[in-house]
Design a binder for this molecule. Structure first.
Ligand SMILES: [Zn+2]
Length: 262
């Protein structure tokens, strides 16, 4: 593998018309990717794709509020988590951008998240975290760390990655203190707001992603994103860190293999 997308959703309907072509472009580039579930249906679809392609793997979980009506089905997710192509649990976490953090919302999201932590502990697989705070705050991140830091103190913290990291360098450092990885998405190609966070991550804790079909990087901004565009994100991260592209390519593939036990 020469390139790795740590987080994409090629199972979603946005790819129904040309999924085979999108996946063929991944294969041409010699890339690998993790297809991430956001609810039960998309988790099952992620596994189905991973079963068909040896360069795809799956993650299963229930997003904090993409599908607020779905109750977390503990037994079904626990069974999916043991599938050999399932390499992570999530995406899960906290989202106070789409839902204001009333006490009820906080409690609901916390219960939903704690199910995923238990699943990751039981399966011995890492967590993929979605964490989105209210604009210009760190409120969702504080809620997340309020769950994780006590687990770390007890020696019960699963491995994890902060997916789509778009917060401060200080917050990046707090997440690194957990022993976790940090994954950067397409928007780093068109804003310099996260440059200091990108520089704060040690080379051996860095992952890169597209979150396709969302958040396409320059020069595809505004269009549907696809995993092959992870190359643009990787180039930009190399430029921001002032490191050779080859170094970032090789290291993020290596980190992906280590993190997801590929
Ligand atoms: Zn996602």
């Amino acid at each position: 593998m020469h390139l790795f997308d740590s987080h994409c959703h090629v199972q979603l309907p946005q790819f129904d018309l040309d999924r085979d072509a999108v996946i063929a472009r991944m294969q041409e580039r010699g890339m690998g990717a993790v297809v991430v579930g956001t609810d039960l249906e998309t988790s099952r679809a992620a596994i189905a794709l991973a079963e068909q392609h040896d360069f795809l793997w799956a993650s299963v979980g229930l997003h904090p509020n993409d599908n607020p009506a779905e109750a977390f089905d503990v037994d079904t997710f626990a069974a999916l988590a043991t599938h050999p192509k399932v390499v992570a649990i999530g995406e899960c976490g906290f989202d106070f951008y789409r839902q204001a953090p009333t006490p009820e919302v906080l409690a609901e999201q916390r219960v939903r998240f704690e199910h995923h932590v238990a699943l990751a502990q039981a399966a011995g697989k890492p967590l993929i975290i979605h964490c989105r705070s209210t604009k210009d705050t760190e409120n969702a991140h504080e809620a997340l760390l309020a769950v994780l830091e006590p687990l770390q103190a007890k020696g019960q913290l699963p491995m994890g990655v902060m997916h789509f990291f778009t917060n401060t360098a200080d917050m990046a450092k707090r997440c690194l203190t957990l022993g976790w990885y940090i994954s950067f998405p397409g928007p780093v190609t068109f804003t310099n707001m996260y440059d200091e966070s990108i520089k704060a991550v040690p080379l051996d804790r860095l992952l890169i992603e597209t979150d396709a079909p969302f958040a396409a990087p320059t020069p595809h901004r505004g269009q549907r994103n696809e995993p092959a565009y992870v190359e643009e994100v990787t180039k930009k991260v190399a430029a921001i860190r002032n490191e050779p592209l080859e170094t970032i390519l090789a290291q993020t593939v290596k980190n992906s293999r280590t993190f997801f036990s590929l």
